[in-house]
Write a protein that binds this ligand. Structure first.
Ligand code: ATP
Ligand code: LTN
Length: 336
């Protein structure tokens, strides 16, 4: 039975991912896996945030292939483009346009407190561009255009979501009820995955050491090799402990992939060595990612279908975004 009432009252979820490199196992377990689950309960809008990606210099051909690939990964994971809205941010011009409007309602002082800007400026001292500074305003536009109720974000993005809320409240206080004030949504399943080479750091697609991270599209042999080489800790026991960050990380990964609790994993590998455990984690991850890679490769190989899907996604997104954008423009006093 089709219950349209339920459809209409579903909360709206929005999230985006940057195509700034090859997506990692960290992106998958920490974010994308829950995006897939959320489509059952919410009205979801997911985008490839390519405009955000150029806050760091990108090589044109590489950026283009990463945009295609990121879009294809979203579909390969099982996100249904009919049921949800899946699109590429730069194909909906309202994002950049609303970001300009919102930037005039954002204070220099509040933006100067953003920790990600400070971190990324240190990382790229030769390219501290204005886009990097105003990045959270574009993110606010992404969120506010779709009247999003919930935004699944990791810890590193909470401050940006807070700014989006502040901008929405400020704008609404001046002009009335234009924007929905979004809430952060911390998915149940969101695991924090650490680098395989340095357990004090998160697994990150921009890490120069390719052995530190596993790409969603890595082949089976590469995945197993990277896990075999993963740094472990002193001792030989397989258990979660503060002084065992390497093994704890591997247990987190294994349990996220197999659905077993950490205690079950500890019991399963009781009395067995690190080598055996690392191989088991590598194999489990390879088994989980293989069908995603296979579907991704099929989608990428069929450029016509891919193009049809991203164009349809952009059209669907724009039909919503346009309304919010024009409403905001009208309230400010522009002639439409
Ligand atoms: P970059 O290296 O360019 O900063 P990143 O790999 O850290 O990129 P983001 O694009 O910033 O990833 O993050 C996309 C999403 O993936 C966010 O929701 C973020 O919280 C999540 N994510 C990224 N890395 C991890 C990780 N190691 N563990 C869990 N979640 C992660
Ligand atoms: N800044 C985010 C990506 C991002 C996003 C968004 C997330 C861009 N726009 C809107 C949630 C909502 C990141 O780098 N993880």
């Amino acid at each position: 039975m089709c219950d349209t009432n339920t459809e209409a009252t579903k909360k709206k979820v929005l999230s985006c991912i940057q195509p700034s490199g090859l997506l990692t196992l960290g992106n998958y377990l920490g974010a994308l896996k829950s995006w897939v689950e959320m489509q059952n309960d919410f009205d979801c809008t997911y985008a490839v945030a390519d405009l955000h990606a150029i806050t760091v210099r990108q090589e044109p051909a590489k950026l283009r292939s990463q945009i295609y690939s990121t879009f294809a990964i979203l579909l390969a994971l099982g996100i249904d483009p009919e049921k949800n809205t899946v699109f590429i941010q730069s194909q909906v011009p309202e994002h950049a346009a609303l970001a300009w409007l919102l930037s005039c309602y954002t204070q220099f002082g509040e933006m100067s407190r953003m920790t990600q800007f400070k971190d990324k400026s240190k990382k790229h001292p030769d390219n501290i561009n204005v886009g990097l500074f105003s990045y959270p305003v574009l993110m606010a536009a992404d969120i506010l255009l779709y009247k999003s109720d919930l935004v699944p974000v990791g810890d590193d993005q909470k401050q940006h979501l807070e700014i989006a809320r502040d901008i929405a409240i400020r704008f609404n206080n001046i002009y009335g009820d234009v924007f929905t004030v979004p809430e952060a949504y911390i998915p149940k399943a969101g695991a924090r995955i650490r680098s395989l080479q340095d357990s004090s750091r998160k697994m990150s697609k921009s890490d120069d050491n390719a052995n530190a991270w596993v790409a969603i599209l890595d082949g089976r042999d590469d995945i197993i090799r990277k896990f075999k080489r993963a740094v472990t800790d002193s001792g030989s026991e397989i258990r979660i402990a503060e002084d065992k960050p390497g093994i704890s990380n591997l247990i987190t990964i294994y349990s996220a992939v197999t659905g077993k609790t950490a205690a079950e994993v500890e019991r399963e590998f009781d009395g067995r060595g690190y080598g055996e455990f690392k191989l088991a984690v590598g194999e489990a991850v390879a088994d989980e990612l293989a069908p995603v890679k296979q579907r991704h490769d099929e989608i990428i190989g069929d450029k016509k279908t891919l193009e049809r899907l991203y164009k349809a996604g952009a059209e669907k997104a724009e039909s919503v975004a346009r309304k919010t954008y024009f409403k905001a423009m009208k309230k400010v006093g522009f002639v439409l």
